[in-house]
Structure formats: structure tokens, C-alpha cells
Design a protein around this ligand. Structure first.
Ligand code: GRG
Length: 296
């Protein structure tokens, strides 16, 4: 399969659905909707929604059915990026190659745009109930899973741990916990929720969860490597920020070569998890391999 063609096709599918769920409608609070819309459409690889659709497909489901869940994942992700870029957190000027939300609008609007996207994600899931008649228990499980992955048990907790670790020496175990929560939880929720919506059985859901966990960690390691070796134009943000902020990273803790080897091993393990899905998991296999060569 041609991963580039697949990604392009899936990105378009997700973008069309996002546009339908969040049109830049005029109204009394137009400014916040405009800010939400701006950050959602300013760029982005749509990795989490694409993983969700690919997991649904891997268990024989209709990827189209998973679109509300896929879009909810992207909304939660975009909210986290808006808040992460705020002066109180990473204080970044560029995201996805364009001014960050608080630079384009203002700080208060950016906070509200993040809040609006997080809330809208859960509205989207609740509003999708009519599309899942007879499968409400599954939708509830997916909703709970996204809430746990986004909240203090997952991404928010990971961000807190990350902030508390700044300027302090941490070990590999602590670093792994931060990343499992901060980045890994949402990526794992993407493949697990896709498997659930696609109608996978418990064994399949467990395999795709495990794939997501390995993918998530490998993604973070390659993110750290990109911060050292990446190109500003390709990434849409400046490299070298981790070192400047004295953040603990995999390359800083174990070195570049050991980080590359570790990412490679995690990718191989992720691929092994989906071996039994045969051709239907071809996109998941290619996505895992792509981590090792990604430039953004
Ligand atoms: C503020 C609650 C809260 C959480 C923030 C995700 C996150 C937690 C912070 C982002 C910081 C960061 C750069 C983490 C590294 C991994 C990561 C999430 C990168 C961005 O994800 P991509 O590459 O971005 O999928 P695009 O723009 O392609 O969607």
C-alpha cells in the first residue's frame, strides 16, 4: 500500500467531517468559534483520528462509522496543543507552522478555544448516540475511555508531571511515566476506541490497545529525536527547544543511538501485535514504520 496516498485520503475524510462538526458559524460568541476553527484547521497530521479509523478497519469495521470518535480525538488533541502553547506553559509562538492560538487571537480567547474544543469533543460523542442505536454501551465505554485518557489519569496528569519535572533530574522510569500519560494515553485511546467502534472482540481490542501503547512511546521518542535532529521548516516549529528548556528527553537520558534503537524495537513490537489481522492491518503496520522516518 502507498502510505502517502492513504494518509492524504484519510486526512481529507477527517477534515471534511471536522468541518461539518465545527463550521465557523457566525453567532454571538463568534470569536471563540473562530479561534477553535483556526487551531483545528491551521494544519496537523490528523494522526489520532487516522489511527482510530485504521483500528476500526483492522477489526473489519466501517471506518466511516468511527468518524465522530476520530473527530473527538482530534478536538481533544488540538485543545491540548493550544493550552500547551500558552505563556503559562510552554509559551510558544509557532504551532503547525503558524502563529499559536494566543498569538493569533489573545490569551483569554486561546484558553476559551481550548475549553471549547474539549467540551465539544464530548458533545460530539453524546450527539452520536442516534448513530449507534443498540450499541450505546460501546459508545459509553468509548466516552469513558476518552475522558480517562484526556484527564488527570492521562494527558492532564502527564502534563502536570512534566511541569513538575522541569529543572529536576529524572530517571528513565519517570520519563516513561510522563510520556505514557502525556502523549501515549490519547494515542492508545485512538486505537482502542477504533477497535471498539469497529466491533472488535476482546482479544482484538487488547491487541490494538497494546499496539497503541507501543506506538505512543515510539512516537514520543521520535518526537524527542526530531527536536534534536529535525528541520524547522518541515516541523513547523523550532527544534532545540527541549534542550533550551532543560527538559528530560530520551536522547538526553540514553543518547541518540540508543533512542533510535529503542524506537525501532517498539515499532517492531507494535507491528507484531497486529500480525494476526493480516491485510486489514496494513495501514497500521505502515503507520508504525513511518514513525522511524517521520520528519514532522
Ligand atoms: C495542556 C492538558 C494539556 C496537555 C498538553 C500533548 C501535550 C499535553 C503537549 C504537547 C507537547 C508536545 C510537543 C508533546 C510531544 C508530542 C506531541 C503531542 C506532539 C504533537 O502531536 P502531533 O505531532 O501534532 O501529532 P499535529 O500538529 O501533527 O497534530
Amino acid at each position: 500500500m502507498d502510505l502517502k496516498v492513504y494518509l492524504e485520503e484519510r486526512r481529507n475524510l477527517v477534515n471534511r467531517a471536522l468541518e461539518a462538526y465545527l463550521p465557523a458559524v457566525r453567532g454571538p460568541a463568534f470569536r471563540v468559534v473562530q479561534a477553535m476553527h483556526y487551531s483545528l484547521f491551521v494544519g496537523g497530521k490528523r494522526l489520532r483520528p487516522i489511527l482510530c479509523l485504521a483500528a476500526a478497519e483492522a477489526v473489519g469495521g466501517d471506518p466511516g462509522e468511527a468518524l465522530p470518535v476520530a473527530c473527538a480525538l482530534e478536538m481533544v488533541h488540538t485543545y491540548s496543543l493550544i493550552h500547551d502553547d500558552l505563556p503559562a506553559m510552554d509559551d510558544d509562538d509557532l504551532r503547525r507552522g503558524q502563529p499559536t492560538c494566543h498569538k493569533k487571537f489573545d490569551e483569554a480567547t486561546a484558553i476559551l478555544a481550548g475549553d471549547g474544543l474539549l467540551t465539544e469533543a464530548f458533545h460530539l460523542l453524546a450527539a452520536a448516540a442516534s448513530r449507534f442505536e443498540g450499541r450505546e454501551a460501546m459508545l459509553l465505554e468509548v466516552t469513558e475511555l476518552l475522558a480517562k485518557a484526556a484527564g488527570y489519569r492521562g494527558m492532564v496528569g502527564g502534563q502536570m508531571l512534566d511541569l513538575m519535572a522541569e529543572g529536576r533530574k529524572i530517571n528513565l522510569k519517570e520519563l516513561e511515566l510522563i510520556h505514557r500519560c502525556k502523549t501515549g494515553a490519547l494515542l492508545t485511546a485512538a486505537t482502542r476506541s477504533g477497535a471498539l467502534v469497529g466491533g472488535g472482540n476482546r482479544i482484538q481490542v487488547a491487541a490494538l490497545t497494546s499496539y497503541g501503547e507501543r506506538f505512543g512511546l515510539a512516537f514520543q521518542i521520535t518526537d524527542d529525536l526530531l527536536d534534536v535532529e529535525g528541520d524547522a521548516a518541515e516541523m513547523g516549529k523550532a527544534p532545540g527547544m527541549d534542550e533550551q528548556r532543560q527538559k528530560a528527553t530520551y536522547p538526553a537520558l540514553v543518547g541518540l543511538e540508543a533512542s533510535r534503537q529503542w524506537a525501532k524495537r517498539l515499532v517492531e513490537e507494535a507491528m507484531a501485535e497486529v500480525e494476526s489481522f493480516q491485510d486489514r492491518a496494513a495501514p497500521l503496520r505502515e503507520l508504525a514504520k513511518y514513525l522511524l522516518v517521520r520528519r514532522s
